[in-house]
Design a protein around this ligand. Structure first.
Ligand SMILES: CC(=O)N[C@@H]([C@@H](O)[C@H](O)[C@H](O)CO)[C@@H](O)CC(=O)C(=O)O
Length: 360
């Protein structure tokens, strides 16, 4: 994730210094089985809010992408959260739950709506099928993306580093002018090849290799990635939001994460404090963010819950996730809302006066 200014980079080249902040790829709307065809319908948790709907036909469980909110969301991220770099079609954006055609459309919409507003748009093009991944990589180049990222294929898995690199190399070659990022997220892919091992000699195999999006809690692996590549101008984008400060100390050059969609401003404050070496203030910001994440993790926190919180904080209807995920429960939303208010992450004048835990 990235601060708007790009001033929060700790090291590396100008390119590496730019922080990529993730934004959700697209909000989806639910095509409700009960919804009136062609008519307006409420399909969100908050009935008082008007949700944009569109009747596209098809079975009741299919949730179609609501492209119409992407432009609004770009403005929200830039103006309200100070987030100007976007990671499209990743985990939070449910990229792997979308068809290739949908992924192309989502990427195009972010590129179009982000023009002259966003600094960088990196598109995740990982897929189980190498051909699909290459198609998405070529498409990303055609539409002028700033980079592509790829996860390890996770069904028929690469069993060692060389096999994984060969796969990544084929995808990267389909977009030879685009910076390439490896998206390391072993808990979800099940591919446990250490990032440190993967990075060893990677530029000889993938000349466009630009950096690593590291979504894992193994700070030994992360630290060694940085330490062993000090001479290279790689970007090290950290993806565990609750541990970002530790990763900054180790040399992270940026961050990509789900919470930056609604805590981007707060995180930028932490990055700025870190940059000016005000470590006590940076730690306070990190602890504050941790209080919220720790709370929601205990309730059960994932992509569905992230979407509900994004809706709550931004006021922009993100809709429910696509099956097999299910919408966040009413109880979760109520508890998360109360916690956001108590931490002053969500303004509520009623609560502010008696707020003992405020992080502001
Ligand atoms: C597994 C997962 O979803 N991890 C998130 C984190 O931001 C995570 O939600 C956060 O650290 C809370 O644990 C990101 O790494 C995912 C991400 O960047 C993406 O949406 O591509």
């Amino acid at each position: 994730m990235c601060s708007a200014s790009g001033a929060c980079g700790a090291r590396g080249s100008a390119r590496a210094r730019r922080h990529v902040v993730r934004g959700r790829a697209a909000a989806e709307e639910r095509k409700s089985a009960a919804g009136a065809r062609g008519g307006a319908q409420h399909c969100g948790e908050r009935q008082q809010r008007r949700w944009p709907t569109r009747d596209r036909g098809g079975p009741g469980l299919i949730r179609e992408i609501n492209f119409s909110v992407i432009g609004q969301y770009v403005d929200y991220l830039v103006e309200e959260q100070g987030v100007k770099n976007i990671f499209v079609n990743g985990t939070t954006g449910e990229g792997l739950s979308l068809s290739v055609s949908e992924r192309r459309q989502v990427a195009e919409e972010w590129m179009t709506k982000g023009r002259n507003k966003l600094d960088q748009v990196v598109i995740h093009v990982g897929a189980l099928s190498l051909k699909e991944s290459q198609e998405l990589a070529r498409h990303a180049a055609e539409i002028g993306a700033d980079g592509i990222a790829v996860i390890a294929p996770f069904f028929l898995k690469p069993w060692n580093k060389d096999v994984l690199i060969n796969f990544l190399k084929e995808v990267a070659a389909a977009a030879p002018a685009l910076p390439f990022y490896y998206y390391h997220i072993p808990a979800l892919t099940g591919v446990k090849i250490r990032a440190e091992e993967l990075l060893d000699g990677i530029q000889e195999k993938i000349p466009t290799f630009q950096g690593l999006k590291f979504s894992d809690t193994d700070l030994l692996d992360f630290g060694q990635c940085v330490d062993q590549n000090r001479e290279r101008q790689f970007a090290f984008l950290f993806g565990v939001d609750e541990q970002l400060l530790s990763a900054l100390v180790m040399g992270a050059t940026g961050a990509v994460g789900s919470t930056y969609n609604y805590l981007g401003k707060k995180t930028n404050q932490m990055l700025e404090a870190f940059e000016r070496k005000d470590f006590s203030s940076a730690l306070n910001h990190q602890f504050c963010i941790q209080r919220f994440i720790n709370f929601v993790l205990k309730l059960g926190f994932g992509v569905s819950q992230t979407k509900a919180i994004m809706t709550l904080v931004s006021g922009i209807p993100m809709g429910p996730p696509r099956p097999p995920l299910q919408r966040a429960s009413r109880e979760f939303i109520d508890e998360a809302k109360a916690r956001l208010e108590s931490l002053d992450f969500l303004s509520s004048t009623d609560l502010k006066d008696r707020n003992l835990e405020s992080c502001s």
